[in-house]
Structure formats: C-alpha cells, structure tokens
Design a binder for this molecule. Structure first.
Ligand SMILES: [Mn+2]
Length: 351
C-alpha cells in the first residue's frame, strides 16, 4: 500500500507576526495542507498518516469543518490521525463530538487504541494528548502485536515532557512503521522504519532548514519511504562577521548582498558576531525592515584598546581598574573581568 506521512501542520498559527508577509504565511499553512491532499489524490495514496499537532491551539469548530472538507476530497484514502500537545483533547474540545467523514479515523483516546483495516491487513495504533504534557513513556506498554498484519504506530513526542520513546524498542515490538511527529526537524530515526516527519512548513524562525512530507510504499516485507520538501518557506540563520572598523553602511551593504542571493522562499535571521568599534551603534531596525528578514541578533564585543584607555585615564577609576586587573594572573576569568569592567565604566562615561 502507498502512504503519506506528515505531522505538525500547526494550522491557525500566525507565523512572523508583525511582518508584512505574516498573513500570507498564515494562509500558506492551509494551502500546503491542501497541496498534500491533492497529491494524495493524484498518487492514489491508501493511507494518510498525520502524527499530531494539526492545529496550533484548540481547533475552532469551523476549522475542523475545513479540515474535514479537505479529507472528503480523498474518499479512497484512509486518513488516520491523533491530537498532539498543541491541539490536545481539552474537556471542551470540539474533537470530542465532531463527526468525521467515513474515510477519517481520529484516534482520540488518551490510552493507545488500535484501528484495523481488514481489507489492507493493516492495524494502526495511536493515542491523543488530553493535556499539554505527558511524561510517561506510554508507547512502552503496547503489547501483543498481530505480526501477520502490517502494524503502524502514530507517535507524538520524543522529549522528556512529551512521551519519551526509544525508536529501537518500538521496532523490537514489531511495528513495521512508526510515524512520528512533534519534533519539528525531519529525521530518520531508524531507516525505513521510524521517521520523524518534521513540521510540514515551519511556523517558527528557529525551525531552520527543509520541511515537507514523507511518501512511500509499505508491505509486510518492508517499507521504503522518502522525504519530499515543500519549499514555500525556509528559515535561514546567517552569521555575519563584524569587524572593528565596520560602519552601518558597510554592514547594510553586506546584508543586502546576502539577500540578493536568497531564494524567494527564504527568510533570514542574521546573527552578528565579532568585534565592533565601541563608538558604533548598529541600526538593527533598518536591517529588520528589509524584505525577507525576520530578525537580527548581535553577539558583539567592543574592541577596546586597554593600553590607550589606561594612559588617557591614568588617575581615574578606569585607568586604576585596568592597572589593578593587569597585575592579576592572566587567565580567561581575568580577561573577562577586565573586559566587562571596562565596558561598564565606559558606558557610564558615555551617558
Ligand atoms: Mn507537538
């Protein structure tokens, strides 16, 4: 049988809030999902596996209707999904009462449950979050798989607060395929067996790199699955080396040059590092207003000339401080203390 595995759609999220492209990206999260649905139709996919966090927060009733409509477009595809820690099944959640299309199987219980697809000889296991955190390794308790069938497990978690699990142990239990979600970076945990889908498209600037869906073929003899990127949005963290003589003009030129090579779907976070002229204040706002820039952070240290400062301020606090520090044994702690002390004193002088 043919399948697609996705997770962490985070529908309802507002990516890059405050930026002119934020609304477009919010809509794109839905469009990307609709694209996968169209693909499932085109590729005659038998199973669409969604490993949690379809929504960023508690889904609105009309949002469930929209999603259900998309599922109704692929009646021959069986859709199996669970709720994650973001869209957990709250006591008032519409997940509790919603009537899904016939081809949709929502595993909404907080204990692991199983749904059998006789005609395909497939069983799918999964559980939904009923609270934001689950620290218990609940997948460890699954027992007695019928190994004559293809057994699939939908997982959401993988860190200490969200159902920790060992990929190898799940393979040992006899699962043919473990479809994981929650960690936003896609990854192969066990080749062709345990796959972390990653977010379909990122909604947080810290989710750098490629994102997309997994598609493959599954039989009792084995699974082959591959990653297919969707390149609508890709966050890039870009380090910029700053030198002591750099001015705002030069910095902006450098950044504009980087952006001139950027792909249209890339969004940049610039990280400035190095030494700067103590007098220089970089205009980060100007950079943040450039197109395709989400933020700028700086890890800059002023380039102080200690000898000159000592000479110029011989009889003042700063000169005495440098002199005293230089009489101490030189190590990294002394160097830091010297640097931070001078920095603090210089800042007071400039006020
Ligand atoms: Mn999650």
């Amino acid at each position: 049988m043919r399948f697609i595995h996705i997770a962490d759609l985070h529908l309802g999220a507002v990516p890059d809030e405050g930026k002119p492209w934020s609304e477009r990206r919010k809509q794109e999260l839905w469009d990307n999902f609709a694209e996968v649905i169209a693909l499932a139709e085109k590729e005659k996919i038998d199973f669409l596996l969604i490993s949690g966090d379809v929504f960023q927060r508690q889904p609105l009733l009309r949002e469930l209707k929209e999603v259900n409509y998309l599922f109704s477009r692929i009646p021959r595809t069986k859709v199996v999904f669970i709720a994650g820690n973001h869209d957990y099944v709250h006591p008032n959640s519409y997940y509790r009462t919603f009537q899904w299309e016939k081809n949709v199987f929502f595993l909404g219980a907080q204990e692991v449950e199983r749904v059998d697809f006789m005609e395909d000889q497939v069983s799918v296991y999964g559980a939904s979050y009923w609270r934001r955190e689950i620290r218990e390794p609940i997948y460890d308790k699954i027992e007695d798989l019928d190994t004559s069938k293809i057994n699939i497990l939908l997982v959401h978690g993988g860190d200490a607060k969200h159902i920790p699990f060992s990929p190898e142990k799940l393979v040992e239990k006899g699962f043919d395929y473990v479809a994981c979600g929650h960690i936003h970076k896609p990854g192969v945990l066990v080749k062709n067996r345990v796959i972390m889908a990653g977010t379909l498209q990122p909604s947080d600037p810290n989710d750098t790199g490629q994102h997309g869906y997994w598609m493959g073929e599954m039989t009792k003899q084995g699974v082959s699955v591959e990653f297919y990127p969707i390149r609508k949005c890709e966050y890039v963290h870009f380090p910029v080396a700053v030198h002591a003589k750099m001015t705002n003009g030069e910095l902006q030129e450098k950044i504009a040059e980087v952006l001139s090579y950027a792909e249209p779907f890339q969004i940049y976070k610039f990280i400035l590092s190095g030494k700067k002229d103590p007098d220089m204040e970089f205009d980060l706002k100007a950079i943040e207003q450039m197109d395709q820039v989400i933020s700028v952070t700086k890890e800059l240290v002023p380039d102080y000339d200690f000898d000159k400062l000592k000479e110029n301020y011989e009889n003042q606090m700063i000169g005495k401080f440098i002199h005293a520090m230089e009489n101490m044994p030189e190590d990294s702690i002394r160097n830091k203390a010297l640097y931070y002390g001078v920095d603090a004193l210089c800042k007071t002088m400039r006020q």
